[in-house]
Design a protein around this ligand. Structure first.
Ligand code: ASP
Length: 345
C-alpha cells in the first residue's frame, strides 16, 4: 500500500505456466500458489518499492480465461487505482494478448501502467524465462518521468526483452522464449543493459484523464475465417444465426473475399439484420484496404466495416466491449473505426 512516498506496485497473479510445476505422477503442469511462486524470486525484495499482491483463487490456466474474469481483473485494478502507481498482471501466455486487449478497452481513461507478463518455462525451472520477465515488468510498471508521471501509462505486455502495446500484441510461438510480437506497431521499449523506451510511440500522459471502467463484454460474436472452397450453406447458417450480434471476418490479403454473389447476399442480409461485420486480414502484418480490389469493394457495399490493421484479439475484444456498452449498431460501426486505445492505425 502507498503509505509512504515509495512507489507502490500491485502484483496480480492469475495463473499460467509461470506459476506451475510438474505433477510427478502425470507429468502435466499444474498451478501452485502465489507465495510459492514468489519464493522462487527472492530478488523482488531488492526493489526499493512497496509491492503488494492479489491472486485469483484458484489460479487458472489462461485457456480458461473468460469475460467474467476480465471483469474481475479490471475491477481489481479500478478498486486499487488510487493506492498504486502501477500494476503487474501475471498471466498464462495462451490468451494473454486477448486479456491485454480486453483490459485496454475496459479500462477507459487509464493513465497508469498495467503490465502483463508470464513465461514459457515455470519459475521453478532452472532455465526459466519467468524471473527476468517478472522483474523487468515490475521495473517498467514502477518507471516514472522526472516530473513523477508514469513512463508507460497504458496496458502492455512485457515478454522476452520487449515491451509491446497490449492491444497490438499476438502470441506467435508455442516454444520460443520470444513468444509475442507486435506486428503492426513498434515496440514500446527494449530491455538490455538498460530499458530503452521508445517514447514517441508510448501513449502520452494526460493529467485530466479519468479512469472509467466498462466491465460488460458481450460475447455473442464469432471469429469467422475464409478459405478457398468455403461452402455457401455453412456460411449462410453462421451469418444469420439467432443471437449472433457480430462477426470478426478474417479475409484474404488486404481484405478480399471470393467474388461470389451468394457470399455478398449472405453478408448483406446479415448487416441488414443489424449484425456488425468487421473485416480483418488473415495476414499477420498489414492492413485491410477494401477499396484496393473489386473483391474488397463488394464487401464494403455489403455493409462490412474495415478493421484496418487490428489484430484478431483487438478486433474481438473491441467489438465485445462496444456491444457491452449497449450502443446502437450505427454507433458501434463508428466506434469500431475510431482509435479508442491505440489499437488501430
Ligand atoms: N497454458 C498456459 C497458459 O496459458 C501456457 C502459458 O502460460 O505459457 O496458462
Amino acid at each position: 500500500m502507498n503509505n509512504n512516498s515509495k512507489t507502490s506496485i500491485l502484483l496480480i497473479y492469475t495463473g499460467g505456466t509461470i506459476g506451475m510445476m510438474r505433477n510427478s505422477e502425470t507429468g502435466a503442469l499444474e498451478n501452485f500458489n502465489f507465495d510459492e511462486l514468489i519464493r522462487h524470486v527472492p530478488e523482488i525484495k531488492q526493489f526499493n518499492l512497496n509491492i503488494s499482491s492479489k491472486a485469483f483463487n484458484p489460479p487458472i490456466d489462461s485457456s480458461d480465461m473468460k469475460p467474467a474474469l476480465w471483469a474481475e481483473l479490471a475491477k481489481i485494478i479500478y478498486d486499487n487505482y488510487d493506492q498504486y502507481d502501477g500494476f503487474v498482471v501475471l498471466h498464462g501466455t495462451d490468451t494473454m494478448a486477448f486479456t491485454a486487449s480486453a483490459l485496454s478497452f475496459m479500462l477507459d481513461g487509464l493513465m497508469k501502467p498495467v503490465i502483463l507478463t508470464g513465461s514459457q518455462l515455470p519459475i521453478g525451472v532452472l532455465r526459466t524465462d519467468g524471473k527476468e520477465n517478472l522483474l523487468t515488468a515490475i521495473e517498467i510498471a514502477a518507471a516514472k518521468n522526472v516530473d513523477g508521471t508514469p513512463i508507460v501509462p497504458e496496458v502492455c505486455i512485457f515478454f522476452h526483452q520487449q515491451l509491446m502495446r497490449g492491444n497490438r500484441s499476438t502470441k506467435i510461438s508455442a516454444e520460443s522464449f520470444s513468444a509475442f510480437s507486435s506486428n503492426n506497431y513498434p515496440i514500446l521499449a527494449k530491455s538490455g543493459l538498460e530499458i530503452q523506451y521508445n517514447r514517441n510511440y508510448i501513449k502520452p500522459y494526460d493529467p485530466n484523464s479519468k479512469l472509467t471502467p466498462h466491465y460488460a463484454m458481450d460475447s455473442d460474436i464469432i471469429i469467422f475465417s475464409l478459405f478457398p472452397g468455403i461452402q455457401p450453406d455453412i456460411v449462410r447458417s453462421v451469418l444469420v444465426a439467432d443471437g449472433l450480434k457480430g462477426i470478426i471476418f478474417r479475409t484474404f490479403g488486404s481484405g478480399n473475399a471470393p467474388q461470389e454473389q451468394w457470399l455478398v447476399d449472405a453478408l448483406t442480409e446479415a448487416t441488414r439484420m443489424g449484425k456488425i461485420i468487421v473485416n480483418i486480414t488473415q495476414c499477420s502484418t498489414g492492413s485491410v484496404k477494401m477499396k484496393l480490389y473489386e473483391t474488397g469493394r463488394q464487401l464494403l457495399d455489403a455493409g462490412i466495416i474495415s478493421g484496418g490493421d487490428l489484430t484478431v484479439e483487438a478486433a474481438l475484444t473491441k467489438l465485445m466491449n462496444l456491444l457491452g456498452r449497449r450502443l446502437t449498431p450505427e454507433q458501434i460501426r463508428i466506434e469500431m473505426r475510431r482509435n479508442m486505445a491505440g489499437e488501430i492505425s
